[in-house]
Design a protein around this ligand. Sequence first.
Ligand SMILES: [Ca+2]
Ligand SMILES: [Ca+2]
Length: 376
Amino acid sequence: MRQSPLSFALPFALLACAGGGAANSQETPKPFKTATIADFDAPWAMTFLPDGRMLVTEKKGEMLLFDPKNGTKIPVAGIPTVDSAGQGGLMDVVLSPDFARDKTVYFSFSEAGADGKGVALATGSFAQASDGKAMLDNVKIIFRATPYVSGNGHYSGRIAFSPDGKYLFFTNGERQKFDPAQDPKATLGKVLRLNRDGTPAAGNPLAARGFHPAVWSYGHRNLLGIAFDDKGQLWEQEMGPKGGDEVNLIKPGLNYGYPAVSNGDHYDGRDIPDHSASDGYEPPKLWWNPAISPGGLAYYNGAMFPAWKGSLFIGGLSSKALIRVKIDGTSATKADQWDMGARIREAEQGPDGALWVLEDGGSGSQGRLLKLTPAG
Ligand SMILES: [Ca+2]
Ligand SMILES: [Ca+2]
């Protein structure tokens, strides 16, 4: 279809737009002003500490304790050896739901093993010495994707805690190997539900059918964002094949179709059948054609931007955009797409309700940390 002359392509695009998925939103005016807070080296993720400081990961394997009040950056010691080739690196960082008491930090990274490479999930206990040095003590790898394979792509590695704090959801990408997303024994191409110690949670929906006991949902490609909304629903975005980037509402046990079906097609031009009503696969709530290359996902419920309450924010890589998706119950609609002039890796709601955004540093983008506050 994409080889069609323009006269055929244009009506197709309009038709697809009416179907609620394909065309990008019109560029909308920015209701925010942007302050540059810091510059990092290919940052990947950020999270706020209870005192307003932040932990920021950089792809090459560094974690930094950053204070937005005075701009100080302190390296956090204790990070294991990271394999940062290709799309690999030090990835997500999330605090334990009981961080104030247990000081536990969860983080993900790619590593090289004897049989290939994979994404790992680790914990460490945050500490800062009286001389200011910061570290993670007692670092433990609590979960590894299976199997480890060749290549440097589609690790995923996003982390989110359930609203009750009992479970940890972890994403494993399909490593550009396609079929593992449908392989019951592999954790690749899956959303996983773990206990806080990294063991598979009891009662996962597919264990009785012979799946790896950690699997919560499957048929995913490169899952670069997961976030719970106020109702406790789990939203996910994934970098799909060409023209198939998705926002999904994740429900236990469902098959989201990749690589058997997708509203996009393979980047080498091979067709992938689109989702259809009776195919048994769970369709995306939204998809994008052309691609936005989603890099991160945040749920916003802050007070600073009342109009944004109940929205998802997606950092766009190739689209160099910040994208807002409005949630209404179980449905989602494209609300805004703002040109940011740089690849956006992730967004995060700050303690005061400002929206914080990280550029990812690739393809000529800087790696700036930006703070968005209401315009005017
Ligand atoms: Ca984050
Ligand atoms: Ca398709």
